[in-house]
Design a protein around this ligand. Structure first.
Ligand code: IMP
Ligand code: MG
Length: 193
């Protein structure tokens, strides 16, 4: 059996898509710890269902829920508002719905990033109509400059500038999700797409 060890660095072939690192791994984890502590305090004594929006939020969900000291449940939803590129198509579709009803439950949506706000405002309307006891949002990242639909986010990890980011679950054309940090995608990649 081999000893567990850290690999330390990311493969250069993967890093070739990154222009600059925006949020380092340890800064991500520190902030997620703070969010988890805040959520623990806010939901103590209440039932809590985390709704993770696939696929981008899975890394965030998995780290966040381990920092919440409550018996939380989790369910997944997949929605699509984008093609392969970087701009919202304006059309939101549910690709995978929740497995459980959310009536009378305290629901916290876990999202990777709020950009135009289109996806989230659609999702909030769809879930609100199912009669949850409460419905809030926890987003790792937000790009306030890009907002078209105002959405109320109770918890936010980081505000970032208007740049297309990859890593820690976030993709560019389905790639780069496995970077351990948040980076800015190289301009040339966007231009080529
Ligand atoms: P919105 O509907 O414009 O708010 O877009 C939300 C979704 O677009 C997010 O859940 C992401 O999947 C995707 N998205 C927006 N900005 C970025 C980015 O900078 N990098 C990767 N994905 C993004
Ligand atoms: Mg996405």
């Amino acid at each position: 059996m081999s000893e567990p060890r850290s690999t330390g660095t990311v493969q250069p072939s993967l890093e070739a898509g990154v222009d600059e690192i925006l949020i380092e791994e340890d800064a991500l984890q520190r902030r997620i710890g703070e969010l988890g502590a805040q959520i623990t305090e806010d939901y103590r004594g209440r039932d809590l269902l985390l709704v993770c929006v696939l696929k981008g939020a899975v890394f965030f969900l998995s780290d966040l829920m381990r920092r919440i000291d409550l018996p939380v449940e989790v369910d997944f939803m997949a929605i699509s508002s984008y093609g392969a590129g970087v701009d919202s198509s304006g059309v939101v579709r549910i690709l995978k719905d929740l497995d459980v009803p959310i009536e009378d439950r305290n629901v916290l949506i876990v999202e990777d990033i709020v950009d135009s706000g289109l996806t989230l405002s659609y999702l909030l309307r769809a879930l609100e109509s199912r009669g949850p006891a409460s419905l809030e949002v926890c987003a790792l990242l937000t790009k306030p400059e890009r907002r078209e639909n105002e959405v109320e986010c109770r918890y936010i990890g980081f505000e970032i500038p208007n740049r297309f980011v990859i890593g820690y679950g976030l993709d560019f054309a389905e790639r780069y999700r496995n970077l351990p940090y948040i980076g800015v995608v190289r301009e040339e990649l966007i231009a080529e797409a």
